[in-house]
Design a protein around this ligand. Structure first.
Ligand code: CP
Length: 318
């Protein structure tokens, strides 16, 4: 055990974090789990801090999870949907963010359909920026909660076999997981139609296959990703029926998996496309545990970023 100082002001992506920083977030999140199990689910840790949730894209899990995390830490929250802000009158994101900062906001949680917007904002404002999903680039808190769930269910991530199956090309969740899991020594396979696998992804240290059985055999965890029709301007595979036949994880396919395999999904699920109902709701599924763990992970991220000026000193497990 050695002491480290948390120095990052923003959480823009797992590409930018070291393995030690990722472990620090996961270890810190573990200490926050217990707060959500109390009768009174609140601690004063972020009292006096203000967090703005700036969502320009639909969200159920991430937005609710951040709001709950902020409330459990006693932060004051401000919620903006892009559609109900002055952006619809032509205001730029830069102006909107600078005006929000002028209201003395400490952190901005932002989701946007364009890759790179959180990075841009980090140059415009002094508040800490937390990326809640930017285009097809990164979704760091989703990957962190996935990693937290893997640790909780399977222990050490080193050598753990994790397969991502589905639309990898448009998946910011897959990208963040690849950065994070490879840094912690996991063994990653990605699987999907050839047209939905990013070019050169193998250079990131992952195994690539278009054969579902190869992705399933020996895997400790399967993380299913939906086809992101909203990000596709062309046809990437012949039909949903064919996709289902080739890549759906269902009861029969699962017979080829390890007995203790876990099924993960970031949500929203396209039921009966990438994942059959009986598997989504079956005994291997940890999908709702992922959602619950998201609160502790986001509490940890908010806590660590808020403490930048205080130079928090944390135990680092290594
Ligand atoms: N996993 C995830 O980002 O879900 P939402 O789009 O509902 O936030």
């Amino acid at each position: 055990m050695k002491k480290i100082r948390w120095k990052q002001k923003h959480l823009l992506g797992l590409k930018d974090l070291t393995a030690n920083e990722i472990v620090t977030i996961l270890d810190t999140a573990k200490s926050f789990v217990e707060i959500s199990e109390r009768a009174i689910k609140k601690v004063p840790t972020l009292r006096g801090k203000t967090v703005c949730n700036f969502f320009f894209e639909p969200s159920t899990r991430t937005r609710a999870s951040f709001e709950i995390a902020e409330k459990r830490l006693s932060a004051d929250s401000l919620n903006f949907a892009g559609s109900s802000s002055s952006l619809v009158k032509g205001e730029s994101i830069k102006d909107a963010a600078r005006n929000i900062e002028a209201l003395k906001v400490d952190m901005i949680v932002i989701r946007h359909s364009s890759s790179g917007v959180p990075h841009q904002l980090s140059h415009y404002v002094n508040a800490g920026i937390i990326n809640a999903g930017d285009g097809i680039n990164e979704h760091p808190t989703q990957a962190l909660l996935d990693m937290f769930t893997l640790r909780e269910k399977k222990g050490d991530l080193k050598g753990l076999k994790v397969s991502f199956i589905g639309d990898i090309l448009h998946s910011r969740v897959a990208r963040s997981n690849i950065w994070g899991l490879t840094k912690l020594g996991a063994d990653i396979t990605i699987c999907g139609p050839r047209t939905l696998i990013p070019r050169d992804v193998d250079k990131l240290g992952v195994r690539v296959t278009n054969n579902l059985m190869e992705a399933i055999e020996g895997a400790d965890a399967l993380n299913l990703l939906r086809i992101q029709f909203e990000r596709q301007s062309e046809i990437f595979f012949p039909s949903i029926r064919e996709y289902r036949q080739t890549f759906q994880v269902n009861k029969d396919v699962l017979k080829k998996a390890k007995k203790d395999v876990i099924i993960m999904h970031p949500g929203p699920i396209n039921r009966d496309v990438e994942l059959a109902n009986d598997v989504a709701d079956g005994k291997h599924s940890v999908i709702l545990d992922q959602v619950t763990n998201g609160i502790a992970v986001r509490m940890a991220v908010l806590y660590l970023l808020s403490g930048t000026k205080q130079q928090l000193s944390l135990e680092e497990s290594e």
